[in-house]
Design a protein around this ligand. Structure first.
Ligand SMILES: Cc1cc2nc3c(=O)[nH]c(=O)nc-3n(C[C@H](O)[C@H](O)[C@H](O)COP(=O)(O)OP(=O)(O)OC[C@H]3O[C@@H](n4cnc5c(N)ncnc54)[C@H](O)[C@@H]3O)c2cc1C
Length: 425
C-alpha cells in the first residue's frame, strides 16, 4: 500500500470508473487531480485557440461536480494548470508519490503524456475503460478489427457480446496526502445562444455526473428511445437525439452506465427499433476507439490510412466556412449554430464536414481541429474517426462521402425553419 495519484482525464466521474477502483486497491493516501492544459494553442498548427470558452465552461462544470462528489467522500480534487508531463513531476515528488493511475487513451498526444511521465521515473498504470464493450470479450483481437464498421457490428452481434455491468461509485475515499496546496476550481462565465439544442448552462444539462444521470433517467422515463430512430435526423430541439455525447465526452457518465439503464428501460417499456439504434450508435463510438488501438498515429497523417495528402486551402475560404459565411444557407446555418452553441446535430456535422471537404476542397485536419475547438462534446476518437471517414481516408470501403447540400436541405429542412432559426434564409 502506498501514496497514489489518480489522474482524471476524460473520465470526470466516480461511478463505473474501473481505473479509479484500481487506484483505490493500492492507496493508503490518494491524491485525485486533473490537469488543465489551457495553453494548447502553441502546440496547434491552426490559427485559432484550441479550446473555446464553451468547452472550458462545460469542463469546469464537470470538474466542480467531481470535486463536490469527492468532498462528500472525504477527499478533494487538485486542479493543476499546465501539461501533465510538466506539472506532475515536481508536485508528486514533493508529496512522495511514485505511482499514478489513469484511464488509458489510445490517441497520440495523450499517449505521449503518459510516455513522458514514465520517462520521468513514475510508475503510470493506465486502464482501458472508455469503450462500451470490453475489448477482451470481442471475437477478434482489437489490433485486427474487421475492415468496416458493418463487419465489426455484425461480428459483435453474431457473437452475442454484451457490455460488463457498471461498477458502483466508491462509498469512501482514502485521504489525500498532507500539505497539498489546493487550488481554486476553474470558473468560466459563458452561456450558449438561447437557440441551443443542448443548453449546457441550465441545471438539466449541467455537465457533471449527477445531472448526466438525471438527464438519462428523464430521457428513458419519457419513452424517447422508442422514437429515436425516427427523430435522430432532426435539427432543432432537445429531444430529437439523446444528447448523451456531452456526458460521454467529459466522461461524467460511462457508456456502460447508459447501456445498463437502456436495458432497464427495455425490460420495462419493451425493445424497439429506436432502442436498438442507440446501441448501434454506441457501437460506432466503440469502433472509432478500437480503430485508434489498431492504427494509432496513422489516423492523424494528412493522407490518413491511404490516399494523397490534402491540398492546401485558402485561409479566407476556411475562415468563411468557420464563420458560416460560405453563401450556402444550409451549411452556414450549421456553422453558425456550432459557433454559437458548441453543439450540432449529427446530420449537420456530416453536411458541413462534407461541404468543407468536397465542395471547398478543404483539409480534413483543419475541419477536425475547428470541431475540436468548438464542440462541447468533443471526443478525440469520434471526431477524428468521423472526419477521416467522410474524407475517405479511413476504413470505409465505399470511399469518400459527399452529401449534396441542396438535397439535404430539401430532405431535412423542407420548410426552411432551421435556416430561418440561424438567420441564413
Ligand atoms: C464530422 C463529425 C465529427 C463528430 N465529432 C464528434 C465528437 O467530437 N464527439 C462526439 O461525441 N461525437 C462526434 N460525432 C458523432 C455524432 O455526430 C455525435 O456523437 C452526436 O451528434 C451527438 O449527439 P447525441 O448524443 O444526441 O447523439 P445520438 O444520436 O443520440 O447518439 C447517441 C450516442 O451514440 C454515439 N454516436 C452517435 N453517432 C455517432 C458517430 N457518428 N460516431 C461516433 N459515435 C456516435 C454518441 O456517443 C452519441 O452520444 C461527429 C460526427 C461527425 C459527422
Amino acid at each position: 500500500m502506498s501514496a497514489v495519484a489518480y489522474w482524471f482525464r476524460h473520465d470526470l466521474r466516480l461511478g463505473d470508473n474501473p481505473a479509479l477502483c484500481q487506484a483505490l486497491a493500492h492507496a493508503d493516501t490518494l491524491l485525485p487531480l486533473v490537469c488543465l492544459d489551457d495553453h494548447w494553442q502553441p502546440h496547434s498548427p491552426w490559427p485559432f485557440a484550441r479550446l473555446s470558452p464553451a468547452r472550458q465552461r462545460v469542463r469546469a462544470d464537470a470538474i466542480a461536480a467531481l470535486d463536490a462528489a469527492l468532498q462528500a467522500r472525504g477527499s478533494r480534487l487538485l486542479v493543476l494548470h499546465g501539461a501533465p508531463q510538466q506539472v506532475l513531476p515536481p508536485l508528486l515528488a514533493r508529496h512522495g508519490v511514485q505511482r499514478i493511475v489513469a484511464e488509458d487513451i489510445a490517441a497520440p498526444e495523450e499517449q505521449a503524456q503518459v510516455a513522458a511521465l514514465r520517462l520521468a521515473g513514475f510508475a503510470v498504470d493506465t486502464v482501458w475503460q472508455s469503450t462500451l464493450l470490453d475489448p477482451a470479450s470481442l471475437p477478434f483481437a482489437p489490433a485486427v478489427l474487421p475492415a468496416s464498421f458493418t463487419a465489426f457490428r455484425q461480428r459483435v452481434e453474431a457473437a452475442g457480446v454484451r457490455p460488463p455491468a457498471p461498477l458502483a461509485a466508491p462509498a469512501r475515499l482514502p485521504p489525500p496526502p498532507a500539505g497539498v496546496d489546493w487550488q481554486p476550481l476553474p470558473f468560466i462565465d459563458v452561456q450558449p445562444d438561447p437557440r441551443s439544442s443542448l443548453p449546457w448552462h441550465l441545471p438539466a444539462a449541467h455537465a457533471g455526473e449527477a445531472a448526466g444521470l438525471a438527464h438519462l433517467q428523464q430521457y428513458l422515463a419519457r419513452d424517447l428511445p422508442r422514437t429515436y430512430k425516427a427523430t435522430r435526423n432532426g435539427l432543432v430541439g432537445q429531444d430529437y437525439s439523446s444528447k448523451w455525447s456531452l456526458w460521454l465526452a467529459l466522461g461524467s457518465v460511462s457508456a456502460r452506465t447508459l447501456y445498463a439503464a437502456l436495458q432497464g428501460y427495455e425490460a420495462q417499456h419493451g425493445a424497439s427499433d429506436g432502442s436498438y439504434w442507440l446501441w448501434f450508435e454506441l457501437l460506432w463510438r466503440d469502433y472509432f476507439r478500437l480503430l485508434h488501438v489498431q492504427y494509432g498515429a496513422r489516423l492523424y497523417r494528412g493522407r490518413g490510412l491511404h490516399g494523397q495528402p490534402p491540398a492546401p486551402m485558402a485561409d479566407a475560404a476556411f475562415a468563411r466556412w468557420c464563420q458560416g459565411r460560405t453563401g450556402h444557407a444550409f451549411i452556414d446555418a450549421g456553422m453558425r449554430e456550432l459557433a454559437a452553441t458548441g453543439y450540432l446535430s449529427n446530420r449537420l456535422r456530416q453536411n458541413v464536414a462534407s461541404y468543407l471537404l468536397h465542395d471547398l476542397g478543404g483539409d480534413w485536419r483543419a475541419g477536425a481541429a475547428w470541431f475540436e475547438a468548438q464542440l462541447v462534446d468533443y471526443d478525440v476518437y469520434s471526431n477524428q474517426g468521423n472526419w477521416l471517414y467522410l474524407a475517405g481516408r479511413g476504413t470505409d470501403p465505399r470511399g469518400s462521402r459527399r452529401f449534396n447540400p441542396d438535397k439535404q436541405a430539401a430532405d431535412y429542412d423542407a420548410d426552411g425553419a432551421y435556416r430561418r432559426l440561424w438567420g441564413t434564409r
